[in-house]
Design a protein. Structure first.
Length: 109
């Protein structure tokens, strides 16, 4: 992911969550909102219930890698916030990727 594709501003992050549509499963919640940027923007949240900082950072790196490898699935007209649930901490990387792909397919429908 490039810097211009990241939602960093806390106010913007919260605005997307409060005013957007969402899809979820047992492992992730994805909020999505229409954007005027022309490129998809992403925010990733991993709660403190998941584990210590180094574990949360590992999951964020994995989610960023999944996003980068599957950019073609994401629509350019949306901003996305991906929130990881505690149940996801027991999944392997390949299973995480499949779960995110399923949710993104629901968003694109």
């Amino acid at each position: 992911m490039q810097k211009r594709e990241v939602v960093k501003d806390n106010q913007e992050f919260n605005n997307i969550i409060k005013t957007s549509k969402w899809v979820k499963n047992n492992y992730f919640v994805i909020y999505y909102k229409e954007s005027n940027y022309g490129v998809p923007k992403f925010g990733i949240a991993v709660g403190t219930k998941i584990g210590k900082a180094h574990i949360r950072n590992k999951f964020k790196r994995q989610i960023r890698n999944i996003i980068t490898n599957n950019k073609f699935l994401f629509s350019n007209k949306y901003e996305y916030i991906i929130i990881m649930k505690k149940a996801c901490s027991e999944l392997k990387y390949a299973n995480m990727e499949e779960e995110i792909k399923r949710l993104i397919e629901k968003v694109s429908k």
